[in-house]
Design a protein around this ligand. Sequence first.
Ligand SMILES: CSCC[C@H](NC(C)=O)C(=O)O
Ligand SMILES: [Zn+2]
Ligand SMILES: [Zn+2]
Length: 405
Amino acid sequence: MSPQSKKAKVEDIAVTRFREYLRIKTVQPTPDYAGCTAFLTKYAKELNLECKVVELVKGKPLVIMTWKGTDPSQKSLILNSHTDVVPVSEEHWDNPPFEAVKLDNGDIVARGAQDMKCVGIWYMEAIRKLQQQNKKLKRTLHLTWVPDEEIGGHDGMMVFVKSKEFKELNAGFALDEGLANEKNAFKLYYGERSPWWLTLIAKGNAGHGSKFIEPSATYRLLKTLDKFLAFRDSEQKRLEFELSHDGKPITLGDVTTTNVTILKAGVQHNVVHEEAQAGVDIRIAPTVNHKEFEQMVKEWCAEYDVEMKTVQKFDGAPSTILSEHKEWQVVQSVAKKHKVDIEPEIFPAATDSRFLRQIGVPAFGISAIKNTPVLLHDHNEYLNENVFLEGVSFYVDLISGMANL
Ligand SMILES: CSCC[C@H](NC(C)=O)C(=O)O
Ligand SMILES: [Zn+2]
Ligand SMILES: [Zn+2]
């Protein structure tokens, strides 16, 4: 293609809005939420959507857009997306992460391209298409744009679900983020593992590195960490060999992981130091009894007198049972129309859906990203323009199908 003809090709409005959104630096730890809110409120105006900005926590705005349905007696459909993105190591990127450049092959490169600015734009652009076709939906749609998911959602979705503003939405079902898929398939997340982040603190006596100092902080800590690692090994074996009830291999979301992610101890080789610390990232599978699991971990720590401090723990939420929701049939039929497979799974990490499911709002996590490597939180995150545009058509059918039940 000559530069002339390249220039002449008009970019689809959906792609333009996507790239504009990607250029707003909503990157943790100092996201430009003001710039983001300005963009979203203008966008809502463009599509004639009602728009409200709610600041439940100072400096952390939530944007709620509404497209009223023809049957207000029905519970609404929540289309959720988080507005923040994770930090970048710019030196590892081949293109600037906040310029949203489009490469010759159509790849749009930016932090947030997969996680999850694409999803927010899909909701909007699906609405634009439905409006262009003069379609009206039965159920009211609420698009919720929430802050701080990437740092745990405590000032975002967690406070939002407890607010009167959320109650007013009369939520019946929610869509939220999923992950990319390397195959011609979309993952459909109907539940999540529960994060439990722990700091372990071992104390002991100090002394010369040549002696048997008793008790020793590092000895206590390592003996305790052995238990976490032995458990990790057994869960890894389960993941390798176990099959689920339908005969398919289980996935990461079905097992519990106990990873040691932080280690801090010592000052000098020949000094036995009086304290050693570790950070553990635990993800509890939905089938696990939290009380029993907590008791087991407490006993591991008690055996060597190690103090256990919880940094954050999510106490679990019921998974959304696929067969109990007509929305599941909609997903299947829309996927069939778009010739893409659906792979239902438990999300291995945590999203804002956990707060929705916890208060009884069923939720599916899905991102219409097929034939694409999973690059969330990674360098050179991208989404191809064609995959993105196919996503718009997918969401037109998905949203209209779900909102016309
Ligand atoms: C526990 S709150 C942090 C949320 C983050 N979510 C993802 C998708 O990476 C995580 O699971 O670590
Ligand atoms: Zn995300
Ligand atoms: Zn993320």
